[in-house]
Design a protein around this ligand. Structure first.
Ligand SMILES: [Zn+2]
Length: 55
């Protein structure tokens, strides 16, 4: 399954739930959207620092 980077977006409303960066474990502020085919979007959460390293 190929994962194609789509875009980054800020996490604005987290519904009171704190999300953590999947890379370093800090509080996540960005979501990276990836297209994985068949119209499916995969979302991975990153902090500011790690989001800069997302392809
Ligand atoms: Zn991070």
């Amino acid at each position: 399954m190929e994962k194609v980077f789509s875009r980054l977006r800020s996490i604005i409303n987290n519904n009171g739930k704190t999300k953590f960066c999947i890379s370093c474990g800090e509080i996540a502020t960005q979501e990276a959207l990836f297209s994985v085919g068949d119209g499916v979007t995969l979302i991975e959460k990153y902090c500011d620092t790690c989001s800069r390293n997302v392809p």
